[in-house]
Design a protein around this ligand. Structure first.
Ligand code: SAM
Length: 277
C-alpha cells in the first residue's frame, strides 16, 4: 500500500505557530522533504524531532518529485515542508502534488501559518474576494505587464516581495496602478510585526527606514474596466455612442438596447430620440 503525502505548514516567524497535528505528523512520517534541510533541522531540533531529511527545492523539484513518489509507492509516508508557512504557496510543493495525484497517492494537507492570509485579514481591506499574485517577475518588462493586466481588477491584490526589491516594486505599482491605498504587512508573528498603511507615495517617502519580510496588500481598483468604458461612452453624445456601436457591427435594434443599458434608461427613450432625428 502506498504511503501518504503530507503538506505540513510551519511557522512564518513565531515558533508557537505550529499545530499539534503538524508536530505529530512530523514525528510519525518516514521522511521529511524540506526546502532547506539546515533551516528545517533548526525547527525539528527545537521540537526534539529527529527524522531523515531530503532536500526539495525549486531547482530540483521535478527530479525530486519523481524520486519521492517512488518512495511513497513503496509505502513510505512523506511530509513536505518549506522554510516558512504553507508549502506550495510561492514555495515548492505543487509539482509533487501533481505527480502524487497521477499515482493515486493520498494527499493530506496539514493547515497552519500562511503569510498572505494573515496579512490580508489584518489589512482592513476587503477580504471577501482577493487576488493573490505571489512574487512579481524579476524581469522589469514582465513585472510591468502583470501590473497592467490587473490594473482594473476590483478585488484586493496581494503580493509577496523580497525586501531589497520593495522600493522598485512600489514605484512600478505607483506608476501603473496609481496612488492607491496599500498595507505593508511586515514581519508577521515576529518581534517587529507591523502594519504600515497609507498611499503608495507616502510609504515610498519613508521607505529607507523599513526592513524585514513583507506582504503587500493593495486596494482593488474602485472602478472596473467595464465601469470606466461605460463612463467614457456616456460622456459621448447619443450620436457618437450610436456610431461607436455601429462600428462594432451591432444592428440598429441592438445599438438602442445597448445604449439604454449603458445609460440605465428605458430603450423607448433612446428609440424615440433616433426616431425624431
Ligand atoms: N509559503 C509561504 C507562506 O505560506 O506564506 C511563503 C513563502 S515565500 C518564499 C516568502 C515570502 O512570504 C516573503 O518574501 C514575504 O513576502 C512573505 N512572508 C513570509 N513570512 C513573512 C512574515 N513573517 N511577514 C511578512 N511576510 C512574510
Amino acid at each position: 500500500m502506498s504511503g501518504k503525502l503530507y503538506l505540513v505548514a510551519t511557522p512564518i516567524g513565531n515558533l508557537e505557530d505550529i499545530t499539534l497535528r503538524a508536530l505529530r505528523i512530523l514525528k510519525e512520517v518516514d521522511i521529511i522533504a524540506a526546502e532547506d534541510t539546515r533551516h528545517t533541522l533548526g525547527l525539528l531540533n527545537h521540537f526534539e524531532i529527529s527524522k531523515p531529511l531530503i532536500s526539495y527545492y525549486k531547482q530540483n523539484e521535478s527530479t525530486r518529485s519523481a524520486e519521492l513518489v517512488e518512495k511513497l509507492k513503496e509505502g513510505k509516508d512523506i511530509a513536505i515542508v518549506s522554510d516558512a508557512g504553507t508549502p506550495g504557496i510561492s514555495d515548492p510543493g505543487e509539482q509533487i502534488v501533481r505527480c502524487a495525484i497521477q499515482e493515486k497517492i493520498e494527499i493530506v494537507p496539514i493547515p497552519g501559518a500562511c503569510a498572505f492570509v494573515n496579512a490580508l485579514i489584518s489589512s482592513g481591506m476587503p477580504t471577501r474576494e482577493f487576488c493573490f499574485l505571489g512574487f512579481l517577475s524579476m524581469v522589469k518588462k514582465e513585472r510591468k505587464e502583470t501590473l497592467e493586466e490587473i490594473k482594473y481588477e476590483t478585488k484586493t491584490l496581494i503580493f509577496y516581495e523580497a525586501p531589497h526589491k520593495l522600493k522598485n516594486t512600489l514605484e512600478n505599482m505607483l506608476e501603473i496602478l496609481g496612488n492607491r491605498n496599500i498595507v505593508l504587512a511586515r514581519e508577521i508573528t515576529k518581534i517587529h510585526e507591523e502594519f504600515i498603511r497609507g498611499k503608495i507615495s507616502n510609504i515610498l517617502e519613508n521607505l529607507e527606514e523599513i526592513k524585514g519580510e513583507f506582504v503587500i496588500i493593495v486596494e482593488g481598483n474602485c472602478e472596473s474596466k467595464k465601469d470606466i468604458e461605460i463612463k467614457n461612452l456616456n460622456q459621448m453624445n447619443l450620436d457618437e455612442q450610436y456610431k461607436f456601436y455601429e462600428n462594432q457591427g451591432l444592428s440598429k435594434k441592438e445599438i438602442i438596447k445597448q445604449i439604454a443599458k449603458d445609460r440605465n434608461v428605458n430603450k423607448n427613450e433612446i428609440y424615440q430620440y433616433f426616431l425624431e432625428k
